[in-house]
Ligand binder design. Structure first.
Ligand code: OAD
Length: 312
């Protein structure tokens, strides 16, 4: 995407923010780091730099659907560290809410799974969680959906959450005559095993397991919500008049392709600590995003109300 030559400075960014009416804000993990939530790829502090102990060939495998299906314990061993806890939000979340209040926010496309946008009061209809979130969880076997909080205790205590709907069905099946199928003994003679003290009753039956509850996060290998492409290509593309990308390394497709997909005449601003080289923005405002948006608001004369606890 060639740069638009007329936009360069923070004053240009300010003018664009003031005059635009349909802003797409594309966010990533960098907008939540000031709340103590690690991003993914920052050297030393990012989540992926801390996963060597898991012995994965690529730390991104913790979010790989095939790895999850094979061994969900790998994901759950780190899930407690990225679980949304308190109802807090950063000044950058407050900035997006301010754009919403001013009637300027077209859509906040967020890659974040922490669901913190909701804490700041960003309306569900103004936001698209491109990679899903912890807000709900679904059974990988039967699809049963529960509110995310229902599995938070399990996650915190290091248990793999299991589907209660599957468990109920299995319990009912087990009560039927012939409900449990006897398993052939792996040691050969079944009678021999009965006499052994440490052989449990359960070992003698083929007991199906309930499904694992997976937070409704989009893992690598899974498709993004249908609404992502629908809204971007068939609605927002025609309306957008400014793009503001904040706190993302833009390394993960298809979200990384969004700036290149949007109409070329629409100006794009990038706010982050680290510049990106694979995509060209019109204005780069490099630094801590909370500081940058606070300064933009100060210069615009906008009151960036930032409460750590959301207002009622
Ligand atoms: P990354 O960790 O790849 O990028 C975060 C960016 O934010 C980096 O460029 C940081 O320099 C910058 N950053 C961090 N703190 C900042 C701050 N306080 N102010 C300004 N910039 C800051 O995270 P994402 O781009 O969000 O997928 O990662 C995209 C996806 O990759 C995630 O959604 C996740 C991951 O695999 C899933 O969870 C499925």
């Amino acid at each position: 995407r060639p740069k638009l030559p007329q936009y360069n400075t923070i004053e240009d960014a300010l003018r664009l923010l003031q005059k635009s009416k349909n802003i797409i804000v594309l966010t990533g993990a960098g907008i939540s780091t000031s709340l103590g939530i690690p991003d993914f790829r920052s050297k030393d502090t990012g989540l992926y730099s801390k996963l060597e102990h898991l012995g994965l060939s690529d730390p991104q495998e913790v979010f790989d659907i095939n790895v999850f299906q094979e061994d969900p314990s790998i994901f759950f061993s780190i899930a407690k560290d990225i679980l949304p806890t308190e109802k807090k939000f950063s000044p950058t979340h407050a900035f997006i809410k301010l754009l919403q209040d001013k009637g300027k926010l077209l859509t906040n496309y967020t890659q974040n799974i922490d669901n913190i946008e909701a804490n700041a009061g960003i309306l569900p209809e103004k936001m698209l969680q491109c990679h899903g979130s912890f807000a709900t969880a679904s059974c990988v076997k039967c699809g049963f959906k529960v509110p995310g909080e229902a599995i938070f205790d399990d996650i915190r205590e290091g248990r793999i959450p299991q589907c209660t709907a599957c468990r109920d069905t299995l319990a009912q099946e087990a009560l039927k005559p012939q409900g449990l199928k006897r398993k052939r003994s792996s040691t050969g003679d079944h009678k021999d095993r009965k006499g052994l003290e440490d052989s449990s009753e359960e070992d003698d039956y083929d007991i199906p397991e309930p499904g694992v509850m997976k937070p409704d996060i989009t893992f690598f290998g899974e498709g993004l919500p249908d609404e992502f492409g629908q809204r971007l290509l068939h609605h927002d593309c025609d309306l957008v008049d400014l793009v503001v990308v904040i706190g993302t390394s833009l390394k993960v497709a298809p979200v990384a392709e969004v700036p290149g997909i949007l109409p070329r005449h629409v100006p794009q601003i990038y706010i982050s600590r680290t510049p990106v080289s694979h995509t060209q923005f019109d204005i780069d405002l490099l630094g801590d995003c909370d500081v940058v948006v606070s300064e933009l608001c100060r210069r615009a004369g906008w009151d960036l109300q930032h409460h750590m606890i959301p207002p009622d």
